[in-house]
Design a protein around this ligand. Structure first.
Ligand code: SAJ
Length: 426
């Protein structure tokens, strides 16, 4: 089948590659000239080797072709972002892509939206785009096919995860499921467009609420003088309890955003969803409060090293990263900050070129993202670089004993603070 994938980001590109590897004739379009040029001349870059290898293989055998316009096809798959703008879903990318596709699509074509959207969006936006192009939506197959992948295992999850496909009609869902079945090995279940849209945002909202529960427990445990990590480990031994992990806040372009698709739909009946968002949004403040409590009052200006700009471990994605908020709050309180991340290349703030540069003369080291590289951090070497010895672990990634032996005052989010005299190293 001839397929046009619109949007060659972290979902669209591997999806296009998997379709090409399944012997479809695939044309990839992205409005970003640089993105198209990079793919056409350098091939796929980015952090996941299996994605790079597959994309480059289908680019070289030309089963996947990158184009500078939407190509007429039997199926169009829209994989564009739906970021939050002032906490409202920004559907402009979806609307733009739908309008371009509607101009090109001929009757009988499938038009599939993969982007995460509020319930009711797929039929409304694609229907409106087709009508604006003088076409009847009834003459097309319209569906919503949300993805469930996590960065770091994209191909494996695109191939293996169960999928929901929602059609404007049952026939639309079946036709699109047949296409996805050529590369998805997971179970494909069919429903309406609205239900598929709702399922996707519900899944992520479920996660946001459960992370909020872990975060709220971490704050309460500290006040009670209890170790939340020990508590969660023991509670999770219950066969039907699965409490997630506290952290410095919730990042990524989905979990912090998708719950608002639901609470915006009806703020009056989504109290729990909104409360969970507030709990998670408060965690950067909790981290900064603890950092400031540890910094020596004798100093007027402190330097704080923030380790990890990415929104979570071992990814190079920094969208909605808690680090951004923690950095801003520290600077509002008179601190200078140095941010180091071994994977992130683009961030809203300058990044220290090396870990040593970030730690040099720092008064505190904050582990914000537990990249695997940071597990090897040596307390003694860190102490030799720093001005004051304070270490704040927001992920329970460090064994604090070696840090204490090197003279550090230590704090792990969710563990009662064991106050120590601050040792200002000359
Ligand atoms: N986090 C915690 N504690 C936890 C788990 C996560 O603080 O126990 C934080 C992470 O540090 C990160 C944020 O939450 O800042 C989100 O990380 P995540 O791993 O929970 O989620 P994503 O955004 O990487 O992937 C999620 C997944 N959705 C679910 O697990 C329901 C993935 O399947 C989705 O495809 C993806 O959102 C998406 O793009 O929708």
């Amino acid at each position: 089948m001839k397929v046009c994938v619109v949007g060659l980001g972290y979902i669209g590109l591997p999806t296009a590659a998997l379709l090409a590897a399944a012997h479809h004739e695939v044309f990839g379009f992205d409005t970003d000239d640089e993105r198209r040029a990079e793919l056409a001349h350098i091939g796929a870059v980015g952090s996941e080797r299996p994605v790079r290898d597959l994309v480059n293989a289908v680019l070289s055998n030309r089963r996947l072709q990158v184009c500078d316009r939407i190509v007429a096809a039997q199926a169009y798959i829209i994989c564009v972002p739906t970021p939050a703008k002032e906490r409202e879903p920004d559907l402009s990318y979806v609307e733009g892509a739908a309008n371009m596709v509607a101009q090109s699509a001929q009757p009988g074509a499938m038009i599939i939206l993969e982007s995460t959207v509020p319930p009711g969006t797929t039929e409304r936006v694609i229907g409106a785009a087709l009508r604006a192009a003088g076409k009847n939506p009834d003459h097309f197959r319209i569906a919503h096919a949300p993805e469930r992948v996590v960065p770091g295992a994209i191909l494996q999850e695109l191939r293996g995860n169960a999928r929901v496909i929602g059609g404007r009609t049952p026939g639309d869902a079946q036709a699109v499921a047949a296409l996805y079945g050529t590369f998805c090995r997971g179970e494909i279940t069919l429903c309406s467009c609205n239900t598929a849209e709702f399922v996707k945002v519900v899944e992520n909202t479920y996660r946001d609420i459960n992370i909020a529960f872990a975060n709220e427990l971490s704050v309460l445990a500290e006040e009670l003088g209890i170790d939340v990590w020990e508590t969660i480990a023991l509670a999770n031994r219950h066969p039907r309890v699965n409490i997630l992990s506290p952290g410095p806040g919730v990042g990524g372009h989905c979990i912090p955003v998708d719950p608002r698709f639901l609470s915006n739909a009806n703020p009056l009946v989504t109290e729990l969803i909104q409360s969970a968002r507030r709990v998670n949004d408060r965690m950067p403040y909790q981290v900064v409060r603890r950092v400031m409590e540890m910094l020596s009052p004798e100093r007027a200006c402190w330097k704080v090293a923030l380790l990890g700009a990415a929104y979570k471990a071992d990814v190079d994605d920094a969208r909605e990263s808690p680090c951004e908020r923690i950095d801003a709050l520290l600077r509002e309180r008179g601190c200078s900050t140095a941010i180091y991340d071994p994977l992130v290349r683009r961030f809203s703030r300058p990044l220290a070129p090396t870990l040593e540069e970030a730690l040099k003369d720092a008064d505190a080291l904050v582990l914000v993202t537990n990249h695997r590289e940071f597990a090897e951090l040596d307390p003694a070497s860190s102490a030799a670089l720093m001005r004051s010895l304070n270490v704040i672990d927001t992920r329970n990634a460090f064994d604090m004993e070696p840090w204490r032996r090197s003279g550090f005052s230590c704090y792990t989010l969710g563990r009662p603070m064991t106050r120590r005299r601050i040792v200002a190293v000359a």
